[in-house]
Design a protein around this ligand. Structure first.
Ligand code: KIV
Length: 282
């Protein structure tokens, strides 16, 4: 098979680093199934995140905590199918769900390894930079598993941090800066900063060589990530730092309501009951 006929290779996590080096912006959108994946790829996202936010937006949980590794794999495979046929499909990054990487190094490698072996994801994302998490990241990176870090509002720690803006006090700002530098030193290929002050996110972006992708972190980051369901106005619990682009929920309900009304109108005269067939005379 000649090169022209060969299937285009999916993009790689390292392409995001090259985009930063080239001064190009980076857009990352979440997807949770084949339909949403096709939408974000057609729109031109540089990477697709199968975020554990799907626990809330798609599976109806109150937090991201209940989603399992098995469920993340299931959604990630569907996302991969949705990207088939795209010229050069965006790289897929899959969130490691709560407790899949906090129960020892071997368990973390096994979980992240399953993501790379059993789904089309090329990288994992995990939250925090506590010493135990740093040890996990070091081990994953040395195993050849690309890791995206995530600091600031880390929803897996909701019961400790809530959904408040993080790193607003001087000590917490310094800590976040130290942690960001540590994640880069540990080999993360990119870092998500969620719901932190814009000036701090811009300072970290300037300090790090790896791309910093913000959400609720101002415009000074190398790129932006959004939960696609939020952008499309499909979710009922919209985060204040991620306003919708359209009222997708309203549009969809209105369209469906119109269709239902039309169906009801077409049956406005009650159907006449067919006369019972005459009993045969024997
Ligand atoms: O789970 C998710 O969708 C995320 C984004 C908010 C970055 O982690």
């Amino acid at each position: 098979m000649g090169p022209a006929a060969a299937t285009a290779l999916p993009q790689r996590p390292g392409d995001l680093v090259r985009r930063k080096q080239a001064g190009l912006s980076i857009t990352v959108l979440t997807a949770w199934d084949a339909l949403s994946a096709a939408l974000v790829a057609e729109a031109g996202a540089d990477a697709v995140l199968v975020g554990d936010s799907l626990a809330m937006t798609v599976l109806g949980h109150a937090t991201t905590l209940p989603v399992t590794l098995e469920e993340m794999l299931h959604h990630c495979r569907a996302v991969g199918r949705g990207l088939q046929g795209q010229g050069s499909p965006p790289t897929i990054i899959c969130d490691l769900p709560f407790l899949s990487y906090q129960c020892g190094l071997d368990a973390a490698v096994a979980a992240a390894g399953r993501v790379l072996k059993e789904s089309p994801a090329a990288a994992v994302k995990l939250e925090g930079a506590e010493p135990e998490t740093m040890a996990v990241i070091d081990r994953l990176v040395r195993t050849g598993i690309p890791v995206m870090g995530h600091l600031g509002l880390t929803p897996q720690a909701v019961h400790q941090l809530g959904y408040r803006r993080q790193a607003t006090e001087p000590a917490a700002r310094e800590r976040l800066q130290r942690q960001a530098a540590a994640l880069e030193a540990a080999g993360c290929f990119a870092l998500v900063l969620e719901h932190v002050p814009a000036d701090l996110a811009a300072a970290i972006t300037a300090e790090l060589a790896i791309p910093v992708i913000g959400i609720g972190a101002g415009e000074g980051c190398d790129g932006q990530v959004r939960v696609t369901a939020d952008l499309l106005g499909l979710t009922s619990r919209q985060p204040p730092f991620s306003p919708p682009l359209i009222d997708g929920r309203g549009l969809a309900v209105e369209a469906l309501r119109g269709w239902i009304k039309a169906q009801q109108g077409s049956r406005s005269t009650p159907p006449t009951t067919p006369a019972a067939p005459a009993a045969p005379h024997c």
